[in-house]
Design a protein around this ligand. Structure first.
Ligand SMILES: [Fe+2]
Length: 486
């Protein structure tokens, strides 16, 4: 049990899990170590995450700075073919050529202190956060810049995508100096009724703006809309309902001088005021004035799902942090006595008519990287799948795959400790949020990664397929179902 692992042991495992991926494979057939692959599984699981966390003998200062590395697991009649490839971003190619760090990262400054970092505004686009397929484009996403398009079979990098110059920064000279392109965040939302993909980008400048994007089913970008922000904030994901785009905006202070001077990293210059309530910004999709309401103090990376209620309220299920988690400070995250750094499932019911926000804790068990079954756009979903931990766990060591029943509050776990599972992706079989849960598990003892298939109803193991190597724990991915296209 993880409760028996000391903070030092957990930190050692996390450190070892971050070793650089040294080899790229092309359609290597994986063999089951245990169980069998369901023959009905027909499609491709794409995953994104950091594949390299060091350069020139220097460890990156933050897991968010790892260079994007894509996994492709192609399922066909019980066969699973494995392909992996780095996203060859402009920054990665330049640094490989130089053999040393050339760019600052979110939590990584260049060696050499102030002279080396002074006024270096560009953060490397590492394309490491999510990978999605829309309108025949496979795109690796990172919230601070452009998406990178990839070949969906070979994963060869095709280049940065600005949608026919639609993501070029069109604001003032100073704004363009700060950012030449408008960022395309890593958590787009699909309107399954229309086939439109919605997304946003937090564009910092002389005035801060929330850029709103809509890609048609054909992949064409509609004219981006700019929502002006009257203060700085930090948004990682949003919710799309039939009526609204919903953003949760925490209060944020950013020490611009220290960051510009290179005295601290961008991440260390950021202070999220978790003692102040986050604002919910509701932007009506059908037009009309946006509305802002106070919600709860704290911070949110991920909204699991949400929907419009018939009485006009909006329901959001999310992973809520009481304190902002310092992801580059394992001494704080892995401490056994810190109850506040682990995220907990929380429901917000926001009523724009009454201007109210009600909260409902969904479970005492920590949960992150939450996912629900696809195919239920605009409707309530009963089950939330996530990585997590038993309720008594204080350390931010999320070694379980779990399923939360939002009707009963019951959480069932599959404990992997000391191993580390990644985001669970549900592939449904039939209409009842049931099917297969796919996840990649880092094996701490063997220093290897396995593809694990669990049954959604009891999280029992259906199959385990070892990969030929170790892959650092990743962030997000998606399932491309091929059953419909046959
Ligand atoms: Fe995310």
């Amino acid at each position: 049990m993880t409760a028996d692992l000391t903070p030092v042991q957990m930190a050692t495992i996390l450190d070892e899990a971050g070793q650089t991926v040294a080899q790229e494979y092309r359609d290597l057939v994986l063999v089951c170590d245990r169980g069998t692959v369901p023959r009905g599984l027909s499609g491709v699981l794409y995953r994104n995450g950091p594949g390299r966390l060091e350069r020139g003998g220097r460890r990156y200062g933050h897991v968010f700075d790892g260079d994007g590395h894509i996994l492709r697991l192609a399922f066909d009649e019980g066969r699973v073919g494995y392909t992996n490839r780095f996203v060859r971003t402009q920054g990665l190619v330049a640094e490989e050529r130089a053999g040393r760090l050339l760019y600052r990262g979110l939590g990584t400054n260049l060696p050499g202190g102030l002279p080396a970092n002074l006024l270096r505004l560009t953060i490397k686009n590492v394309a490491n956060t999510n990978v999605i397929f829309h309108a025949n484009r496979l795109m690796a996403l990172w919230e601070g810049g452009l998406p990178y398009c990839l070949d969906p079979v070979s994963l060869e990098t095709l280049g940065a995508e600005d949608f026919d110059k639609g993501l070029r920064n069109r604001f003032s000279w100073l704004d363009r100096r700060l950012a030449g392109v408008m960022p395309f965040a890593a958590h787009p939302c699909l309107d399954e009724d229309t086939g439109e993909l919605h997304n946003f980008g937090l564009l910092l400048g002389r005035k801060h703006r929330l850029m709103l994007y809509r890609l048609g089913p054909d992949g064409d970008l509609a004219e981006p809309l700019a929502h002006p922000l009257d203060r700085l904030s930090f948004v990682h994901s949003f919710l799309l309902t039939r009526r609204y785009l919903v953003f949760l905006l925490p209060h944020v202070d950013f020490d611009v001088p220290r960051s510009l001077l290179g005295l601290s990293t961008w991440a260390d210059s950021l202070r999220v005021a978790t003692d102040r309530p986050m604002d919910a910004l509701l932007i009506p999709r059908g037009g009309g004035p946006p509305q802002t309401l106070e919600t709860v103090p704290g911070f949110v990376f991920h909204i699991a799902h949400g929907y419009d209620r018939e009485d006009g309220a909006v329901v959001l299920d999310l992973a809520h942090y009481r304190d902002y988690p310092p992801l580059n400070r394992l001494d704080i995250l892995l401490a056994h006595d810190n109850p506040y750094t682990t995220p907990k499932p929380l429901r917000l019911v926001i009523d724009p008519g009454r201007g109210s926000c009600e909260t409902q804790p969904l479970s005492p068990c920590p949960a992150e990287l939450p996912r629900v079954a696809p195919g239920g756009f605009g409707k309530p979903r009963r089950y939330i799948f996530s990585i997590g931990a038993p309720a008594e766990r204080r350390a931010y060591y999320l070694s379980c795959i779990q399923r939360l029943d939002t009707l009963t509050g019951e959480t069932i776990h599959h404990e992997f400790s000391p191993d580390l599972p990644g985001e669970p992706v549900l592939v449904p079989e039939g209409p009842h949020e049931a099917g297969w849960v796919l996840t990649l598990v880092y094996r701490a003892q063997e220093r290897r990664t396995d593809l694990v298939i669990l049954r959604s109803e009891d999280l029992g193991v259906q199959a385990v397929l070892p990969l030929p190597h170790s892959v650092p724990p990743g962030f997000h991915g998606s399932w491309l179902d091929l059953r419909d296209s046959r």
